[in-house]
Design a protein around this ligand. Structure first.
Ligand code: SAH
Ligand code: SF4
Ligand code: F3S
Length: 481
């Protein structure tokens, strides 16, 4: 049974509108759930499938929080769910293809259970070609909403359930910052904390500035309050989230309070570990580096995406730095915070990248001493400038470059592991190892995966482990006092 389509009511996205940046002041509003919505989900269950970055994981925790406030309970299986939301990622074509496959698969479930509400959310929902395709070919999707209107989920669920209409509402531009949103945190002692939303960098390959809107920072008071509350609830680690955390506060022009200040203030909240992701090299300032140096709880780990080592590619990517200036920032960071572990992101096969350009990237990797990297082959994103750049490198050659790059990156992983051999490191114990339930697993301050024998009662605690074996992907050691 397909639902009515009332085309007049649709709000569909427009990537060219999403590109626009205005000077309008971003208001802050508080989420509040109408009393009449609090019983809608009683005796009903939900599932959320999450793809993409930590930003999406945090958003899914908000969607879960809202649904639970409406009375829904988490489901174990898809078959027993009354609501299934797919929180999508648009960063690369293969991410999207997986999600199309998933939506196709869920058609059979919807046929078995016509009352199921199937929703598409997240970054893909912000793309006009996606919404078009869902409207025409995926009639079994009842609900589409984007990244700017998660707080309106109660209205959408109500309409989808009771009026038997499809609900499609995606805004191209950001609205207010919504505070007081409920969250179902998936972890008992590690939490995501959004510090800002959106991105104004417009790297030419990237869809994120279109799907997430203009850069806007949460107020420091809200962030500090959230972290203090997490401490009271037993949380040990927070990861501060933003597409470019180094730009924190720069949208609030009247104020000079930026990321370094926030790190210093959060260091005083009593949280054991502070991590953050992601940083843009051209916004990384000394104030931030010195805050890391002076703090007790900010971890000695930095993910600093470089994308390429070739100056002409960096320019075409609109990254605002050169190979030389990147290495200078990196060296300053390593000088100010000795021993810090640095990882990166790299794209190979950007349109027009030559073998010489690629060799520059390999050279940079060697000089930078990265201890890890996420590496990607360029993926064309409709609506971004790079989608129309001439690209004559064969796909096979791009894959070859990725392979060669990964070989070098893996050397860095191993070197990064080996420097902890015979050292004692502090590990926040996450749980039992995937392969052996007698073995515990957790992360060191430098973000290395560490396995060791120990009692399950240590889960959630920070313990000392002496490293006895250093492998490329993990360390092994023994518990010490
Ligand atoms: N805001 C973050 C990360 C955003 S996406 C940052 O700038 O670091 C994570 C990574 O995906 C990027 O760093 C980039 O390496 C990769 N990426 C983004 N768009 C891509 C594309 N079109 N093709 C291939 N990789 C891409
Ligand atoms: Fe994308 Fe660049 Fe923004 Fe990162 S900084 S989200 S790569 S546009
Ligand atoms: Fe993907 Fe959107 Fe994150 S495109 S990487 S889910 S910001």
């Amino acid at each position: 049974m397909s639902k009515k389509i009332d085309i007049e009511k649709y709000f569909t996205p427009d990537l060219s509108k999403a590109r626009k940046r205005t000077n309008k002041t971003i208001e802050e509003v508080k989420f509040d759930l109408k009393e009449t919505y609090k019983k809608i989900g009683l005796n009903k269950t939900y599932l959320i499938h999450t793809y993409g970055c930590q930003g999406n994981e945090a958003d899914s925790e908000t969607m879960g929080g809202i649904l639970e406030l409406m009375g829904f309970m988490p489901a174990i299986t898809e078959e027993e769910s009354d609501v299934i939301l797919i929180n999508t990622c648009a960063i690369r074509e293969n991410a999207e293809n997986r999600i199309w496959g998933e939506l196709g698969r869920l058609k059979a479930l919807k046929r078995q259970n016509p009352d199921l509400i199937l929703g598409l959310a997240g970054c893909m929902a912000q793309e006009e070609n996606v919404v078009d395709r869902v409207l025409k070919k995926y009639q079994h999707v009842d609900l589409v909403f984007g990244t700017h209107n998660i707080h309106k989920l109660p209205d959408y669920i109500q309409t989808a359930m009771f009026s038997k209409e499809r609900v499609i509402e995606v805004f191209s531009n950001e609205g207010e910052i919504v505070e007081n949103l409920p969250k179902t945190r998936h972890h008992k002692f590690k939490a995501w904390v959004n510090i800002m939303f959106g991105c104004d960098e417009f790297c030419t390959y990237c869809i994120v500035p279109y799907t997430r809107g203009k850069e806007r920072s949460r107020s420091k008071e809200e962030i500090i309050e959230e972290v203090k509350e997490l401490v009271i609830n037993g949380y040990k680690e927070v990861t501060l989230l933003g597409q470019n955390v180094n730009a924190y506060g720069k949208d609030k022009k009247e104020d000079s309070y930026t990321f370094g200040d926030l790190l210093r203030d959060l260091d005083e909240t009593g949280i054991e570990r502070i991590r953050f992701t992601t940083s843009h090299p051209h916004d990384l300032d000394r104030k931030t580096m010195e805050a890391i140096r002076d703090s007790k709880h900010v971890m000695p780990f930095f993910h600093l995406p470089v994308q390429s080592g070739s100056n002409q590619v960096l320019k075409k990517m609109n990254r605002h730095y050169t190979k030389e200036s990147y290495l200078k920032v990196l060296n300053d960071l390593k000088e100010i915070v000795p021993g810090i572990s640095v990882t990166t992101d790299i794209i190979v096969g950007f349109p027009g990248e030559t073998e010489e350009d690629f060799m520059e990237t390999l050279d940079l990797v060697e000089k930078a001493d990265f201890e890890g990297a996420f590496t990607f082959v360029f993926s064309k994103r409709e609506g971004t400038p790079a989608a129309s750049f001439t690209d004559s490198t064969p796909e096979d050659e791009k894959k070859q470059r990725l392979y060669r790059l990964n070989e070098k990156i893996n050397e860095g992983y191993l070197k990064g592991s080996k420097r902890f051999l015979n050292e004692t490191v502090k590990v926040l114990v996450d749980g039992v190892s995937k392969n052996d339930d007698q073995v515990l697993a957790g992360y060191s301050e430098h973000q290395k995966l560490v396995n060791f024998r120990g009692d399950k009662s240590l889960i959630g605690q920070i313990v000392n482990v002496k490293i006895t074996i250093a492998k490329t992907w993990f360390l092994m050691g023994e518990l010490v006092d």
